[in-house]
Each structure stands twice: as C-alpha cells, then as structure tokens.
Ligand binder design. Structure first.
Ligand code: SF4
Ligand code: SF4
Length: 420
C-alpha cells in the first residue's frame, strides 16, 4: 500500500517509531483517563493503517478524497458530493530540511510541516487525496500554495480579511466556485437534499464536541486537556458518523464522572485556557508541559478546538428545497470563524472571555507559532482582555522542535505559580 502511494518507506517507518514512543510518553502515562479514550488510542495506532485503507477503499468505489488545511473549507460541500473530507495535519517537525530548500527559513512551522510531509514522502493522507484545497488566509499560506500546486493539485479559496458587505459577497461567491470545483471533480451534482444530509452529519459532530467542552467546566475536570486536544485533532480525519457516536459515548462516561465528582486531577488543580494558533496532530508539546507541571487545560480557543467547532449551520427559516439558500447559510457559518487574519477581530477576544468564565480558567496561555504574524500581533489585544478579566496571561512563541522545551517549561512553571 505504501509503495503504491509513493511514500519513502524508510523515512515513514522512522516517523512511525518516533510517533509511537512520543504518544506513549505523552498520552499513555496519564492516570485516571476515561475509558472512552481507548477509541482514540486505537485510532492513533491505526492513523497510518486502517484509516488509509478506508480512504483507498472509498477511492476504489469511485469516491473522491479531498484534503484541506484550514477551517474555512466547508466539509459539508465535500460530503454532499459523496467525497471524503480529510483535514491534513501539519504538526510535526518533519521534512524541514526539504521544505527549507523551497521556502524561506523564517516561515511558520505549520507551513514548513505541510510542505515537509509532502516533499519527504511521509504523509499517506496527502498522497491519497485527489486534490487539496488551500486558502488565502495568511500571506505565508497564500504564497506557499502557489508552489505546493507544483507537487499536488491545489484549489485555492479566496478568504477575505474583513467582514464588510463587499467581503461577505466575495466569500459567498467563493463558496459557489468551490461547489462547481467539487461537483466537477466528483462527477456528482450537489443537491439541496445532499447538502441537508451533510449538514446534519457535520452539525452532529460539532455538537458532540460542544457537549465535551461544556463538561470540562466541572472541577475536578473529567478529562485532561491533552485528551481533549487529541479528540479535536482526530475530528479532522476520522469518519464523521463513527467519530460522533464514539465521542457521544465518551461524553456519557464524562457525565457520570462529573456526577461522581471524579476527575483526571484533584479538585482545585490550577485551570488554564489555551488560546492561539492551531495545534495540528502531533503537536502536543505545550499541553504536555502544562499538564505535566500540575495544571489542567480546560479549553482550546483554537482552530483545533472551539474556534473550529462552536457554530453550527443554522437552517432556521430556510426553504430546504432551495440549494442556494442552504449554501448562503453554510457561507454565513464559515464566515463567523474568528481567525486572526481578519481585521478587526473582536469576536476572538469575546470568545476567550466567554470560555474562561464558563470553564473557570485561572489563566490564559497565548500560543503562537514562531513567524505567525497574525497571532503574534493579536497577543497584545489578548493581554488587554486578560487584564480586564483580572487573570494572568502568558505569551508563548515556539515552533515544533523540542529544543526550547526546558525554557518553555521554566516559564510555564513560573506562570502556574501565579494561579495556584
Ligand atoms: S489559524 Fe486561520 S488560517 Fe490557520 S487554520 Fe485556523 S482559520 Fe485557517
Ligand atoms: S500558523 Fe500563522 S503563519 Fe502559520 S499558517 Fe497559520 S496563520 Fe499562517
């Protein structure tokens, strides 16, 4: 299978070894984990196994596999064309040397990672995709996709940077362009009925993640932040119906834990909210350092977290036989995402306030990937928000290497002392 996909077999075996031991150290050493996390352990053990076989089986049946790197790509449209939607990960310091032969060194780790995975022949997901969808969010990604297209067909969605009426109109027209592209590639018409079914599937997935996030308000916290992050990461590439069912079962278990006042850490453990750049799988460095030092993460204001899942497509009052009206609602839902590439972007600060209050966070860790100008710039406003909430905020700027882990750990320890 790997040879057919064109992977570098030796490098891929090396990656699997490293990932396995990293996962064991960060995840399997946790105590008092919910039993429902066994499903996630299984998914991770099969991340380059069964799930890839499922994707290849779908392709053999004539279905398309379409990859995306960003939250602005509506899964509903891909699913409505009977395609498989795969959120491509870019969370490991891999293939950096190859990526830096093409990209400037001072490019963010996430962009270098998605390039590195492709150039080093390490990612079976990107190889399994018929094409990928990029977007004009930050300048780095926008320009990187021009080059990436030389290695893998990349369809680029134009994401405006303001939410003015003209920008809203442009965004809606981009949704129309995406529909045409997906219909042509999949050879299937996207109908109102198919869209409704796809919306039901994706809304259910987001609703179950919303339920999980609410349960994390309990003290003691019923689940660790590491595990919650993992669930959000897996949400990008697992089968959505199966995932929703399994996370629903996990939430039932967490509800029982909350009722029994059981948790992953004692009541009164310092509680932290993470806010900032996405943490794509297997980027677990900061959550591990935070929880290893005696705190519990109670929310992720991030694309791999509530920024990506909090709003559902709202069909209230829509004529359900009117495809364009349904697409309007999809466009509206996605345009609410408060990525730092937008100006102004006050919703993100409001969301941090709401999450901190709801899940009783004693402090905020603002996480930015080195060279990510939009999030590094927004850290300033976030500090102001934290001052207004009268809770401390720690600004972290890092990449995917482990070289700065000791230094980060010292800063995290000092921060946690402030909220104990
Ligand atoms: S941070 Fe912005 S550009 Fe990056 S994945 Fe999230 S929404 Fe997309
Ligand atoms: S982390 Fe920042 S710089 Fe990197 S791709 Fe996302 S928005 Fe762009």
């Amino acid at each position: 299978m790997w040879t057919d996909l064109g992977l570098d077999l030796e490098a891929h075996a090396g990656l699997m070894n490293v990932l396995g031991s990293f996962y064991t150290d960060i995840y399997l050493t946790q105590t008092n984990r919910p039993k429902g996390m066994e499903y996630l352990d299984f998914v991770i053990s099969e991340v380059h196994g069964l799930r890839i076989e499922e994707l290849l089986a779908a392709k053999a049946q004539g279905r398309k596999v379409i990859g995306a790197f960003c939250l602005y790509v509506p899964e509903e449209i891909l699913i409505a064309a009977d395609a498989v939607s795969v959120g491509l990960c870019a969370g490991a310091d891999i293939g950096t040397a190859q990526a830096e032969q093409v990209l400037p060194r001072n490019t963010c780790a996430l962009i270098k990672s998605f390039f590195g995975f492709k150039l080093a022949g390490l990612c079976p997901y990107v190889e399994a995709c018929d094409f990928v969808i990029g977007e004009t969010t930050c300048d780095g990604k926008t320009k990187a996709y021009e080059i990436f297209n030389q290695y893998k067909e990349t369809f680029v969605l134009e994401v405006p940077h303001t939410k003015s009426p003209a920008a809203t109109k442009l965004w809606r027209s981009e949704i129309g362009r995406l529909v045409e592209k997906v219909e042509t590639a999949a050879g299937k018409k996207i109908t109102a009925a198919n869209l409704l079914k796809a919306i039901e599937t994706v809304n259910a997935k987001r609703a179950v993640l919303g339920r999980l996030n609410l349960l994390r308000a309990a003290d003691p916290a019923p689940i660790s932040g590491r595990d919650a992050l993992l669930i959000n990461q897996v949400a990008f590439y697992d089968d959505p119906v199966r995932f929703t069912k399994k996370i629903g079962e996990l939430c039932d278990e967490l509800e029982a834990r909350v009722a029994a006042r059981e948790g992953v850490a004692p009541k009164g453990t310092p509680r932290v909210l993470l806010s900032g750049c996405p943490m794509a799988i297997p980027n677990w460095k900061v959550p591990f350092l935070v929880e290893k030092n005696g705190a519990v993460i109670v929310g992720e204001e991030s694309c791999v977290g509530e920024r990506g899942t909090r709003n559902l497509v709202d069909l209230t009052g829509v004529d359900i036989s009117d495809r364009d009206a349904i697409l309007d609602r999809i466009a509206e839902r996605y345009f609410k995402i408060d990525c730092a590439v937008f100006t102004p972007n006050a919703d993100r600060n409001l969301h941090v306030r709401e999450m901190s209050a709801r899940n009783h966070a004693g402090g905020v860790i603002h996480y930015a990937i080195q060279f990510c100008t939009p999030y590094l710039m927004e850290a300033h406003g976030m500090e102001q928000t934290a001052r207004e909430m009268e809770i401390p905020l720690l600004r972290l700027e890092t990449d995917y290497s482990m070289e700065d882990a000791p230094q980060l750990e010292t800063r995290i320890q000092a921060f946690l002392e402030m909220i104990r």
